[in-house]
Write a protein that binds this ligand. Structure first.
Ligand code: GRF
Length: 182
């Protein structure tokens, strides 16, 4: 599930993981072009096309169920999912977040890491629980924060780690090497 650029999606595809389908919360997401380029079925299901969030989530869950996916990977999906969506997906949703969770949930993590004077930053893959960027952490990658870093330079370095960490974590889950949440 994506909303934008799709660089993590590209890394997941490049790693040879079996991506059965891609759903985007925005029809303008660049990630949709990446999916199409690889012949992966995709759909844009926008919140604005539905009267309420429940109808929108119902359409996304229906799409996921029709695909029959074993695992749902959020890769830059920028909307908050309800508890009922998460439980309908049966505890098989994972997310990548650009911070060392539980530190710095939410947005603008790179700027916040710099503003707080942190010396270490990174990214986390975690099971999705019904709260923002919450749920058991599966794996993390760390990067040092350098004196000359800007939010953009830090984001670039963290993203490079994301592209290694996320495909590896997904492969581990699919191979039964990562513990699923209770
Ligand atoms: C990544 O930094 C990811 O950690 C966060 O959103 C960003 C998505 O980037 N959840 P992309 O669309 O995969 O390039």
């Amino acid at each position: 599930m994506i909303s934008g650029r799709g660089s993590n999606l590209a890394a997941i595809i490049a790693a040879g993981l079996p991506v059965s389908s891609v759903v985007s919360s925005s029809a303008r997401a660049d990630g949709l072009r990446i999916a199409r380029m690889h012949g992966i079925s995709c759909a844009a299901i926008e919140r604005s096309a539905f009267a309420d969030a429940a109808g929108w989530e119902d359409a996304m869950a229906g799409f996921i169920e029709a695909v029959g996916s074993e695992l749902v990977a959020l890769a830059g999906f920028m909307r908050i999912l309800s508890e009922s969506f998460i439980s309908r997906c049966g505890g098989r949703i994972v997310n990548i977040h650009p911070s060392l969770l539980p530190d710095l949930p939410g947005r603008n993590t790179h700027a916040r890491a710099l503003a707080e004077g942190r010396t270490e930053h990174g990214c986390s893959v975690h099971w999705v629980a019904p709260a923002v960027d919450a749920g058991p952490v599966i794996s993390q990658a760390r990067v040092a924060v350098l004196p000359a870093d800007t939010p953009a330079s830090l984001a670039r370095r963290v993203r490079k780690q994301e592209h290694r960490l996320y495909p590896q974590a997904l492969a581990d889950i699919l191979a039964g090497r990562a513990r699923r949440p209770a």
